[in-house]
Design a protein around this ligand. Structure first.
Ligand code: SAM
Ligand code: SF4
Length: 462
């Protein structure tokens, strides 16, 4: 009889973007073979992984305060006769490498995003030797191909799949090209196999992820380079998958084929996240965004022509070095014209090693704060107006789990809004038409259209 590995406990704390969420799941799967099972509390875990974000200073600093708490936990467990391994993964690991161990000696492993396929070996080595290990090289191997896929993984109605990583665009404020490396697209066959596996476990919606997802250019089964639009059309052929989304896109890579797909492909949801960052051409140039405001607006006009009801979302930075009151007024004006359904707004944060960090004319913190506040109130008004416009409409909702209150279930509209209804848990994993009755600050509520019949979800052969 083969020996079953001892059960050990693992806790992963994830900071930052959805790509980190995806990576955390892959790391948990990679460690399953060593007998690690996930637990909710870091205090109970034999191995704690912090999957970190380096995009803004605040995000990176949070890691060190968390490591302070981890050290105390490790000491307490030691007194109780239990060992704890601490690993730092993600973009802070990549950017700071061995420096992390110098600042936080309780850390045993530092592993960058391109080395996750080595994680199980690193954990084994750290456990047996007690040595600190750092793995931050940009390997030429396809880490995705080397990460195991848990055959019996947890059921997810809506799942993320990373299809592209890294970035060659070098916006002057951004650390991604340094922490995630050059742009890399996964081969089509690998992505299709992963989506089919997820569909077999009950996924109905897939969100394709990439730092620049619409720059996707993976090798297709025909040996040619496939675009994101072609990949989406292929994934739309998988019968159990009803909804497709993708994020994050760059305005430069919104080609005609992808825009047309919003009109042609019913499974592609009417939601597009398209960052514009700043509303003046002068600041866009200083950011090295390589497009103008007129070009950005032309892209969204074409997207709206293809899919008039589309919900647009964006990222905006305030207080980039040299941003004047006029530049900021232009940002507000663009945000108002574009009628975003949602937006993520950030104060510019200087990141060491990026060109903008060493620019003179850094904007004072107080000015950044005031601009952020003004922008956020405009965006919030727009978001609420977009949600209120749904009241009285019937929307298809994909139910993903229980709601906040007993007897409620929760799901997402095609426009990615959270929707709550009174309903049976048997509906989780299904799409039902919902009559929207009200819009509260963070979600919509409604009733399932009368006459809706519950049926068993289609099961895929795996
Ligand atoms: N690739 C996407 C694009 O080109 O728009 C963005 C990816 S980035 C991981 C997510 C967002 O973080 C950016 O769109 C930007 O708004 C924000 N961001 C990146 N660096 C930042 C910085 N130094 N300070 C403030 N916000 C930043
Ligand atoms: Fe960063 Fe996006 Fe610019 Fe790439 S395109 S450098 S990920 S902001």
């Amino acid at each position: 009889m083969p020996k079953t590995p001892d059960i050990k406990t693992l806790h992963i704390k994830t900071f930052g973007c959805q790509m980190n969420e995806y990576d955390s799941e892959r790391m948990a799967e990679a460690l399953e073979g060593l007998g690690y099972a996930l637990v909710e509390e870091a205090a109970d875990a034999d191995l704690v992984i912090l999957n970190t974000c380096h995009i803004r200073e605040k995000a990176a600093e949070k890691v060190y305060s968390e490591l302070g708490r981890m050290r105390l936990n490790k000491e307490r467990r030691k007194r109780e006769g239990r060992d704890t391994l601490i690993a730092v993964a993600g973009c802070v690991a990549q950017a700071e490498g061995a420096e992390i161990m110098a600042r936080a000696p309780a850390v045993d492993i530092v592993v960058g995003p391109q080395s996750y396929h080595r994680l199980a070996d690193l954990v084994t080595e750290a456990t047996t030797t007690g040595h600190g290990l750092v793995a931050t090289e940009f390997s030429a191997e396809d880490k995705f191909a080397h990460l195991p896929q848990r055959p019996q993984g947890k059921r997810q109605v809506s799942a993320f799949v990373t299809v592209q990583e890294g970035c060659d665009k070098f916006c002057t404020f951004c650390v991604v090209p340094y922490t995630r490396g050059a742009e890399f697209s996964r081969p089509v066959s690998e992505i299709v196999a992963e989506v089919e596996r997820l569909a077999g476990r009950g996924a109905r919606e897939i969100t394709l992820l990439g730092q620049n997802v619409n720059a996707y250019h993976g090798v297709g089964p025909d040996g040619r380079t496939w675009t994101l639009a072609r990949l989406l059309r292929r994934l739309a052929q998988i019968p159990q998958i009803d909804r497709l989304r993708f994020t994050t896109s760059h305005p430069l890579d919104m080609d005609d084929e992808l825009i047309a797909l919003f009109g042609d492909e019913k499974k592609l949801m009417p939601y597009l996240h398209l960052p514009f960052q700043a509303g003046s051409d002068r600041i866009l140039k200083a950011m090295n965004r390589r497009h103008t405001i007129a070009e950005y607006e032309a892209v969204i006009a074409r997207v709206r022509a293809a899919r008039p009801d589309i919900a647009l979302s964006t990222d905006i930075i305030v207080g980039f070095p040299g941003e004047t009151d006029e530049d900021f007024a232009a940002t507000l004006a663009l945000a108002a014209r574009a009628r975003f359904a949602q937006a993520f707004t950030f104060k510019y944060s200087a990141r060491l090693g990026t060109p903008a960090a060493s620019r003179e004319q850094q904007v004072p913190e107080q000015v950044k704060r005031e601009r952020l506040y003004a922008l956020q109130s405009l965006i919030e008004d727009q978001r609420r107006a977009f949600d209120r416009a749904m009241v009285g409409r019937r929307l298809d909702v994909l139910f993903e789990g229980r709601g906040r209150k007993p007897g409620q279930i929760a799901g997402r509209s095609p426009y990615l809004q959270a929707v709550h209804v009174e309903g049976l848990e048997g509906l989780i994993g299904q799409i039902a038409a919902v009559d929207i009755l009200a819009a509260s600050p963070n979600s919509l509520t409604g009733v399932i259209k009368s006459g809706f019949e519950w049926h068993e979800p289609v099961q895929a052969a795996v």
